[in-house]
Design a protein around this ligand. Structure first.
Ligand code: AVI
Length: 328
């Protein structure tokens, strides 16, 4: 079938029959399968099942990132609070749960607002009441938006105090270095003299990285394959997720973990009325997770117009937390 004709037909137009979110996912999946090599943005991992699997990953022994970042936050909360200052207006980009923000909030004198921003903030409705009860005077305003466009996000909620961004969990590693610089430039333009606290995973022994993305219980594999299950649920595709192998490896030249789904056999998949062939061994590239050196990340931030400040790391030098100041 001619692909362009197929894409132009109503049957293959994901926007014709579905919600805006499903239409965006459908269009991205069609594009992903048409390009070579095949690749899709990792932002589509996070439906409710994917978010729950990611929560499980964060608790895995092999996945050192979350517990290391939390330990650094706890150890340096007072220093961080001094940099943030009183009456803070915190905007958290890509806030899954507010657990890490709570560590910061606990140390802050009279924070004014906490605005967690994510594609979906449904899971934060209960957290709003809890947080407002825990921190009298704090207003919690979850914002459903694509945090990949930070300037638009920051302009959408005019500041109510000293504006500080949180971008934790090494989510910045899921952007290419160019996208990361654009993200940081947007933040620099929108913060109006405040600062950004960013969690960044560090370059390290590839064996440690390999274990973190290939856990023994197969939770990361399930997280990766859930992308296909999500497509089956939301787009009516007919992926057989178990016929795609989870494949994650460290690519030292790019300093990134690459995650793929590899077809274990020759197969045909139907997406929005189009048929797509997968040869045995053909992959869908689902995620990059870039790792930085401390200096490499500070250079990137400088290139985006931010002023690198203190950096905190764990004793094993696995993870880093950077304070980046925005100029007025
Ligand atoms: C959300 N992000 C920082 C995670 C990471 O490490 O790149 C997502 C993830 N992918 C596999 N495991 C965890």
């Amino acid at each position: 079938m001619d692909m362009d004709a197929a894409l132009n037909s109503r049957k293959t137009d994901p926007a014709a029959t579905t919600s805006p979110a499903a239409a965006e996912f459908g269009a991205a999946m069609l594009q992903a399968l048409r390009r070579r090599p095949r690749s899709i943005s990792p932002k589509f991992f996070y439906d409710p099942d994917g978010a729950a699997l990611f929560e499980q990953i964060c608790g895995l022994d092999e996945y050192y990132l979350t517990r290391t970042e939390i330990a650094i936050l706890r150890e340096h909360a007072q220093d961080i609070a001094r940099l943030i200052g009183p009456r803070a207006d915190l905007v958290e980009f890509g806030a899954g749960t507010p657990d890490k923000a709570r560590i910061v909030l606990d140390a802050l004198p009279s924070p004014a607002r906490y605005a967690p921003v994510d594609l979906s903030v449904d899971h934060l409705t209960g957290a709003k009441d809890d947080l407002e009860r825990s921190y009298p005077g704090l207003s919690v305003e979850p914002l459903a938006a694509d945090f990949g466009r930070p300037l638009a996000v920051l302009m959408q909620c005019p500041s109510v105090g000293r504006r500080v961004g949180l971008f934790l969990g090494s989510t910045i590693g899921n952007l290419s270095p160019e996208q990361a610089r654009d993200f940081l430039s947007g933040v620099a333009a929108g913060l109006g003299g405040g600062g950004l606290l960013v969690g960044v995973d560090l370059v390290k022994d590839p064996a440690v990285l390999h274990r973190a993305y290939n856990d023994a219980d197969g939770i990361t594999a399930a997280f990766n394959r859930n992308l296909l299950s999500r497509a089956n649920r939301e787009l009516g595709t007919d992926f057989d997720p178990l016929s795609f192998d989870h494949y994650a490896f460290y690519e030292p030249c790019e300093q990134r973990i690459e995650m793929h789904l590899v077809s274990s056999r020759r197969q045909t998949v139907r997406v929005c009325g189009c048929a797509f062939e997968f040869a045995q061994g053909e992959t869908l590239h689902t995620e990059n997770s870039y790792k930085y050196t401390v200096e490499g990340f500070r250079d990137l931030a400088r290139g985006a117009g931010l002023v690198p400040g203190p950096v905190w790391c764990d004793a094993q030098h696995r993870f880093s937390l950077h304070w980046l100041a925005a100029q007025r």
